[in-house]
Design a protein around this ligand. Sequence first.
Ligand code: FES
Length: 207
Amino acid sequence: MISSREELQRVREMYSRNLMTEKKRILVCAGTGCVSGGSLEIFERLSELVSKRGMNCQVELQEEPHENTIGMKKSGCHGFCEMGPLVRIEPEGYLYTKVKPEDCEEIVDKTIVAGEHIERLAYNQNGIVYKKQDEIPFYKKQTRLVLEHCGQIDSTSITEYIATGGYCALEKALFDMSSDDIINEISEANLADAVEEDFRQDANGHK
Ligand code: FES
């Protein structure tokens, strides 16, 4: 249990280091759309193949260093459901689309073991092949704030959330701000106006 600021900072630093030292991370989208397209089967198949190739398959972040492990993660919905099931490979940032269980062997042997990109699984628009998720026009137009890490960490893991800065705002509010500071910050953010504007647009039938 985390009961102090120092403990939160120690835990964040430890899990952040362990997350960054994973040799590779395979993120299989476990949002509803991709699950309905078979992503959980793909997750199991990839995990099995990674282990079969003699690599250390790590599903959860541990307290020990993670050098030479292959992290297997179930990510949240990337917002690109029509191209699912999606598989993202880190640290390269490769995004594979419409992945099928029969593609798993090639993904493990070519991308995980040999470090090669598989062009036929990449997103293709107007003849242009996009290797990385960030390069795809659909994502390029977006600035993700709350969902900044969506698709890049295990969406069910509180340790990965903490490792990527989770609870920083709570920490700041608890230890660096007075009650008045917090009230002022919320007031200045105009959240009430933003919500009111949302309601107004809803009532008018458009957004
Ligand atoms: S469910 Fe996978 S991208 Fe939406």
